[in-house]
Design a protein around this ligand. Structure first.
Ligand SMILES: *Cc1c(COP(=O)(O)O)cnc(C)c1O
Length: 740
């Protein structure tokens, strides 16, 4: 999820002023031109944006790294809202060409699918030979990622599918000319479209094809490069580290075994020893249901040889495990790479753990959940494999590109631009919080960004908002666990209170502009209903003359990187309110923190570490803790839910915001006894945290101090720190300065 590249590139190359000047001479204005660029949205949400931040940090810190992925022709769908409902439109982002990519027509590999496996005798030894049924060509498209303050530029190599020359010769010869051309187009479809499901997996054939296509081309590329300088594989583990960013590329384990055993004839145990030393793995998932599984039947027909290899890896693992833990069949079956059951499947996370030297979580709490719940059995077997590296975001994009006025202010008061490469220096802001002119300038920067955002809101939705109101933002993928519904219920409660106040009391209320944005997966009905409810509430509240500027609700459509760059700097408050234990890390909060936006949050994911850095007095914390959640769920129906919650629920059920029937099933999900994400039991403390935010906002000096301290605490959440930790602890690589 790179977003736009123009501003980021000229900034990282250090040619921003010259470039703007040159454009000027051609009669263009830089800012206007930059707005013309479309977003590259080749991923779903946090995980994909994290990858983009990691690439920026890898380049900036001079690490010799490559990123690999798919060159989807259609990125994440565009969200449009019609009558309050989400509709999905294809994102044909290559319509006007993509000036950032370089097509490498000579870097192509054949990727094979289907067919059969035969055993042949080769010099007295039995070897397996895969006779594939279909061949597709992978063509490399290179996307240079320049580092900041260095000449180092790294490469993001994305693969596009093209029909292979060898394709279907047979069909041509038998005269079925038209059909064979049509079939060629089916093969090109592999890299056509990104699956828009965030944090869920459907075991679809095309998705599996995409994964193998991406993995096979990337490994051929990596091995080809290695072989250029080596004539055996002994040094592969010292020269190559492969990182599995979640399980999506985990087929590369079976693929590299296949290459080493079947093609390079290394022998199983030699190959296995190498493979064990090159893979590391980061999981971004919390709950077992979110883990990726591939039906054995599907895998066996698409990749018959790989299925054999996976069975062999598993049977070796099971034998080894029995020696260690004995015949504890329950535990053996839990840890098996193969899941028996109605649909026999491959557990991609188990595969990744078994074959990697390191298993990473993405925050402290996430890591504890992995060790004590999700992968408890594996942790007890291999405690030394488990680590965590808290995610981060790059300050180059999230401050320098997206908030130029804050950038200038930071450099002025820190007396240096060095924080752009060393975010730890942001702690220096603490020295100035008592300086009134600093605070005044800080406030002016926030006001400017709120102005930009207000203009955008007016253009998008026609709603005029007051700059004196608190801009309260929740932007992220729509998920039940992220609890946008809790936010909306809070807004309904606020509206209800305002309606029941007399005019004098209303005057004391802090005006709010509530901003919500995010995409729902196209098949995720409940998430789509949340979007509709948001619009229904907005319609009522925004048109209520009693309420005026005291409360506005706007839904910002098509949340993507560029929208985030505009919204985040303009936020006063941002919400990260997932049910504790459900957000693996969360990176949105880090972007807001950097931009001096106060957080209203649960103690989940990286927020726990943000509290360590910032102190709990400088954010608005609420809700059940991770340890309390299980117990609350057990109590289930016996929980006492605040009256205000029941009242809000009733208003929605009774059709106060229209579409009565449509919202019933949404309301069911939070009814007592059914409220898995604990909206009811957290509602009371949520309202208290909101009241505390209101109270702080009417003391501008206090608020600005908290805002400054937020940005000052954000250094630890730079992806530079994340990448340095991975490089030193997991990959064991050193920076490699560009020699020119
Ligand atoms: C940062 C980011 C996310 C992740 O946000 P969370 O609050 O961590 O869920 C998702 N989408 C976009 C476009 C982002 O920039």
């Amino acid at each position: 999820m790179i977003g736009r590249s123009l501003s980021n590139s000229v900034i990282n190359l250090g040619i921003q002023d010259q470039y703007a000047e040159a454009l000027n001479q051609l009669g263009f204005e830089f800012e206007v031109l930059a707005e013309q660029e479309g977003d590259a949205s080749l991923g779903n949400g946090g995980l994909a944006r994290f990858s983009a931040c990691q690439m920026d940090s890898l380049a900036t810190l001079d690490y010799p790294a490559w990123g690999y992925g798919l060159r989807y022709e259609y990125g994440l769908f565009r969200q449009i809202i019609v009558d309050g409902f989400q509709h999905e439109q294809p994102d044909y982002w290559l319509n006007f060409g993509n000036p950032w990519e370089i097509e490498r027509i000579h870097v192509t590999y054949e990727v094979k699918f289907n067919g059969t496996v035969e055993e042949v005798d080769m010099n007295g030894e039995k070897v397996k030979v895969w006779i594939p049924g279909e061949t597709v060509e992978a063509v490399a498209y290179d996307n240079p990622i320049p580092g900041y303050g260095t000449k180092n530029t790294i490469n993001l190599r994305l693969w596009a599918a093209k029909p292979s020359n060898q394709f279907d010769l047979e069909a041509y010869n038998t005269g079925d000319y038209i059909n064979s051309i049509v079939n060629r187009q089916n093969t090109e479809a592999i890299s056509n479209v990104l699956y828009p499901d965030d944090r869920s997996h459907q075991g679809k054939e095309m998705r599996l094809k995409q994964q193998y296509f991406f993995v096979s081309a990337s490994l051929q590329d990596i091995i080809r490069r290695f072989k250029e300088a080596h004539n055996n594989f002994d040094e592969l583990p010292e020269q190559v580290a492969l990182h599995l960013n979640d399980t999506h590329p985990s087929l590369s384990i079976a693929e590299i075994m296949r290459i080493l055993v079947d093609e390079e004839h290394l022998g199983w145990s030699k190959a296995w020893n190498i493979v064990n030393k090159i893979f590391s793995f980061t999981t971004h998932t919390v709950v077992a249901e979110g883990l990726e599984k591939i039906p054995v039947d599907l895998l066996g027909s698409l990749l018959p040889r790989h299925l054999q290899i996976l069975y062999e890896i598993n049977s070796n693992f099971m034998e080894e495990l029995k020696k260690k833990i004995g015949l504890d069949y329950n535990r053996l079956s839990r840890m098996s790479i193969i899941e028996e059951g109605a649909v026999k499947s491959i557990r991609m996370a188990n595969l990744s753990i078994v074959c990697s030297h390191t298993v990473n979580g993405v925050s402290k709490v996430h890591s504890n959940t992995l060790k004590t719940k999700t992968f408890k059995d594996f942790y007890e077997l291999w405690p030394e494999k488990f680590q965590y590296t808290t995610n981060g975001v790059t300050q180059r994009r999230w401050i320098v590109v997206s908030n130029p006025s804050l950038c200038a202010l930071l450099s002025k008061w820190l007396g240096t631009e060095a924080w752009i490469r060393n975010a730890d220096l942001l702690t220096g802001l603490r020295d100035h919080v008592d300086n009134t002119s600093f605070r005044h300038e800080w406030k002016m920067v926030k006001r400017l960004n709120k102005m930009r955002l207000a203009e955008y809101i007016e253009t998008m939705s026609g709603v005029k908002v007051s700059l004196d109101a608190m801009f309260d933002v929740q932007v992220k993928r729509i998920h039940e666990y992220k609890r946008q519904l809790l936010n909306i219920f809070g807004i309904i409660h606020r509206y209800d209170c305002l309606k029941n106040m007399d005019k004098n009391d209303r005057r004391k209320v802090v005006p709010r502009v509530c901003i919500i944005g995010g995409k729902a997966a196209p098949g995720y009905e409940i998430a789509k209903k949340i979007i509709k409810l948001c619009h229904a509430v907005a319609e009522k509240v925004n048109n209520d003359a009693d309420i005026g500027d005291l409360l506005k609700l706007v839904f910002i459509p098509d949340y993507n990187v560029s929208v985030a760059e505009l919204v985040i700097p303009g936020a006063d408050l941002s919400q990260h309110i997932s049910t504790a234990g459900h957000e693996a890390s969360g990176t949105g909060s880090m972007k807001f923190l950097m931009n001096g936006c106060l957080l209203l949050a649960t103690a989940d994911g990286s927020t726990v570490e943000i509290i360590e850095e910032l102190g709990s007095d400088n954010l608005f914390l609420f809700g059940a803790k991770v340890e309390e959640v299980a117990e609350l769920r057990e109590k289930g129906g016996a929980l006492k839910v605040p009256l205000q919650f029941a009242r809000v629920l009733r208003m929605v059920r009774d059709g106060y915001f229209g579409d009565k029937d449509y919202f019933q099933s949404l309301c069911d999900t939070v009814e007592v006894g059914n409220d898995f994400y604990l909206l009811g039991s957290d509602f009371g403390s949520y309202l208290e945290a909101q009241a505390a935010a209101d109270k702080a906002f009417v003391e501008p000096d206090k608020w600005i101090k908290m805002s400054i301290l937020s940005a000052a605490a954000s250094g630890r959440f730079s992806s530079d720190r994340t990448i340095r930790e991975y490089a030193e602890r997991t990959w064991k690589i050193d920076p490699c300065q560009c020699p020119f």
